[in-house]
Design a protein around this ligand. Structure first.
Ligand code: GN1
Ligand code: MG
Length: 359
C-alpha cells in the first residue's frame, strides 16, 4: 500500500509532500513524513510477527503517553500520537497491516554515547520514566509480548529450538549453546523474585537502549524516551539492565572482533548515577539487584539472538547470514565479562546509592 494513501487516514496538519525511510529499528518499518505546512511526523508499520495484537499494543502506548502528558510541563517530554479520522490511534489498511503516526520531535538519538554526559542523560531519562509512572497501575497494561522477559520461559523456547534444530545449525554452535545452558540458574534468579513478590511489578519500557532516548539538539539534555511498543508490566531491574547491556558495552552489538567486547565499569557507574537520581521510588531490593539485572538481560538477549540463528533468522532483521550468531557471541562475551565484574558492580551500586539517597 502506498505511504501517501496511509497518511490520509490520520488527522494531520497539512497534506503530506515528502516521506523517507527513517531510523535503524530491528522490528517496525519507519518513515518520516513532512506536509505542505512544514509539519513533521513519524509513520510506522507495526510488525505483526513480533506484535501479535497491535490494538492492545496501541492501547498500552496511548494509556501511558496520555498519562505522561499530564505529568510533564514541556510537551517534548512525552510522545504524542495522532488519531485517525475515525478517532483511533491506529489505522488498519486493506491488507490488514497496522499503522500509527506520532509527532516528529525535534531532537536526536545516539547509537552510542559520545561522552559520559550522554549516557548519564539516558540514565536520567529511563529513571524519570520509571519515576513518572511509579503510581500508574501496571497491572492494567496488556502484556503485548507475553512472557517477554520471562527467562524461565525463554530457556524453554531455547531448548526447544536446539532440539528441533530446523536449519541444522546447532552442531556448529555447540560452544555457544553450552554457555547459555550452563547459565540457566543465574538467568532465572530475577524471574523467581518476581513470582515470589520480592521484586515489585512496575510499568517498564523493556527496550531501554540509548538510541531510544531523545536528546535536545541545543542543550543535549534528555527529553523523553521513545519506542514504547514494549511498555508493559515488568521489572525495573530489567530496564536498567538493558541500558547497561547496550550502552556500557565497549563494542557494538554486532561487533565481529570479540576481543573488543567488555563492560566499561566507569560507564556502568555513570548510568547508575543518572538512573538512581531520577528513580527515587525504587525499593532497596530493586537497587540491590540492579547489577543482576544487567547480567540477566545480556544473557537473555544473547539467548534470543542464538535461538533466532537456530530458527533461521525469523525474528530479528539481519543484514547477512551469520548476523544473529555474531550478535549472540558479543552478548555472551559480555555476560562472561559482567560475571567477572559482579563484585565491582555491586560496590558501585552501593556507593552511588549512598551518595544519592544518603544511606
Ligand atoms: C529489538 O528493534 P529494537 O532495536 O527496538 C528487540 C529488543 C532487543 C533488541 C536487540 C520487540 O529492539 O528486545 O533487545 O532488538 N525488540 C523486540 O538489539 O523484540
Ligand atoms: Mg527500539
Amino acid at each position: 500500500m502506498h505511504i501517501q494513501q496511509i497518511t490520509k487516514a490520520f488527522r494531520l496538519n497539512g497534506v503530506p509532500t515528502n516521506w523517507v525511510e527513517f531510523g535503524h529499528g530491528h522490528i517496525n518499518s519507519t518513515f518520516k513524513v513532512t506536509t505542505d505546512t512544514g509539519a513533521e511526523y513519524i509513520l510506522q508499520k507495526i510488525n505483526k510477527y513480533v506484535f501479535r495484537n497491535p490494538i492492545r499494543l496501541m492501547s498500552n502506548v496511548s494509556a501511558v503517553t496520555d498519562y505522561l502528558r499530564t505529568k510533564v510541563d514541556d510537551c517534548r517530554m512525552a510522545m504524542h500520537f495522532i488519531p485517525t479520522v475515525r478517532g483511533l490511534y491506529y489505522y488498519r489498511d486493506s491488507e490488514g497491516e497496522f499503522w500509527r503516526m506520532y509527532d516528529f520531535m525535534r531532537g536526536f538519538c545516539l547509537d552510542a554515547p559520545e561522552s559520559d554526559e550522554d549516557f548519564y542523560q539516558s540514565g536520567l531519562a529511563f529513571g524519570r520514566f520509571q519515576e513518572l509512572l511509579s503510581e500508574f497501575p501496571a497491572d492494567t497494561l496488556y502484556e503485548t509480548i507475553p512472557e517477554f522477559h520471562n527467562t524461565i520461559d525463554r530457556y524453554k523456547q531455547f531448548k526447544n529450538s536446539v532440539s528441533i534444530d530446523p536449519c541444522g545449525r546447532a552442531a556448529g554452535v555447540q560452544e555457544e549453546i553450552n554457555f547459555v545452558l550452563s547459565h540457566e540458574e543465574v538467568g532465572s534468579t530475577l524471574q523467581k523474585m518476581r513470582v515470589s513478590g520480592q521484586l515489585p511489578l512496575r510499568v517498564t519500557h523493556n527496550d531501554t537502549k540509548l538510541n531510544n532516548v531523545l536528546l535536545d539538539r541545543d542543550t543535549r539534555k534528555s527529553l523523553c524516551v521513545l519506542d514504547l511498543d514494549t511498555v508493559m508490566p515488568g521489572l525495573s531491574v530489567y530496564d536498567f539492565g538493558d541500558s547497561i547491556r547496550f550502552g556500557a558495552a565497549t563494542a557494538a552489538e554486532d561487533e565481529q572482533d570479540l576481543s573488543k567486547m567488555s563492560m566499561d565499569l566507569h560507564m556502568f557507574e555513570v548510568y547508575t548515577k543518572g538512573f538512581l537520581e531520577a528513580a527515587t521510588a525504587l525499593t532497596e531490593k530493586e537497587v540491590e539487584m540492579l547489577p543482576m539485572g544487567a547480567l540477566v538481560m545480556t544473557l537473555e538477549v544473547g539467548l534470543r539472538f542464538l535461538k533466532d540463528y537456530l530458527d533461521g533468522d525469523l525474528y530479528f532483521k539481519t543484514a547477512y547470514p551469520e548476523h544473529n550468531l555474531v550478535r549472540a557471541r558479543t552478548q555472551l562475551k559480555l555476560v562472561a565479562d559482567m560475571e567477572a565484574k559482579m563484585d565491582e558492580m555491586n560496590r558501585i551500586v552501593a556507593e552511588v546509592k549512598a551518595a544519592v539517597r544518603g544511606n
